[in-house]
Design a protein. Structure first.
Length: 229
């Protein structure tokens, strides 16, 4: 549920519900079929006029890198960093962005064979309930990277590869009942694939709203212009 894209209708409904019943995040989350924390963060993004919560600009990322150069996450004075940024952002967001995008200790992109083997060993040691311990032992990956690598790619028993026609039919029928709640879709069809994998397959291969016709010259030109901005 966390990864679902917010539509304008959902966002408008969220604001209207808070105005009507107040910040009852659990009640609103049931209505919108999203976790309470996601509902709260979305509302903050839509309504907070003091701190900025939107997408980061390259200027902001460069400034954050400049202000934290040569420092570790724990040694940074985040209150001082905050007031020197081009736009005010919450300190927790600054910390997360540093950890996931700036910190030179953390690697991004393809996992090495050594990291994959180490993750396998550490999950065997700590289990799947202590990703902080796993991350601290690997050192080059965040807890989220470790969790997602294990959950979506490395966990034993996951089914991968080409989808069968029977799987496609089952997914389409389940989406008609449960909508794009792919955790429920996965459970309903009894699949050994991850909910994320099913979601991606549906969006790219099965969703009737996706135009899969050949690209027009105008579309290709527009895409080229956007990628070169």
């Amino acid at each position: 549920r966390t990864r679902r894209i917010w539509s304008k209708e959902d966002s408008d409904k969220l604001v209207a519900m808070v105005k009507q019943i107040g910040p009852k995040w659990t009640q609103i989350s049931h209505e919108l079929n999203r976790p309470p924390s996601v509902v709260f963060n979305r509302y903050k993004l839509l309504t907070d006029t003091v701190e900025f919560h939107g997408p980061w600009t390259q200027e902001e990322l460069d400034r954050l890198a400049e202000l934290t150069k040569g420092k570790s996450l724990k040694s940074i004075d985040w209150d001082q960093v905050r007031v020197q940024m081009p736009r005010l952002r919450p300190v927790p967001i600054l910390r997360l962005t540093f950890k996931h995008s700036i910190d030179p200790v953390i690697r991004h992109g393809r996992w090495t064979d050594e990291e994959i083997e180490r993750l396998q060993e550490l999950v065997g040691l700590y289990g799947t309930d202590d990703w902080d311990a796993v991350s601290s032992s690997i050192r080059t990956r965040t807890r989220r990277q470790c969790l997602e690598r294990w959950r979506w790619q490395q966990q034993a028993g996951l089914k991968k590869g080409r989808y069968t026609e029977e799987e496609d039919i089952a997914i389409i029928e389940a989406v008609k009942i449960y909508g794009e709640n792919f955790a429920q879709v996965k459970e309903a069809i009894g699949s050994d694939r991850t909910a994320r994998n099913i979601s991606q397959h549906y969006r790219y291969a099965l969703c009737p709203q996706t135009d899969r016709s050949p690209w027009t010259d105008e579309e290709e030109e527009t895409m080229y212009d956007l990628c070169n901005k």
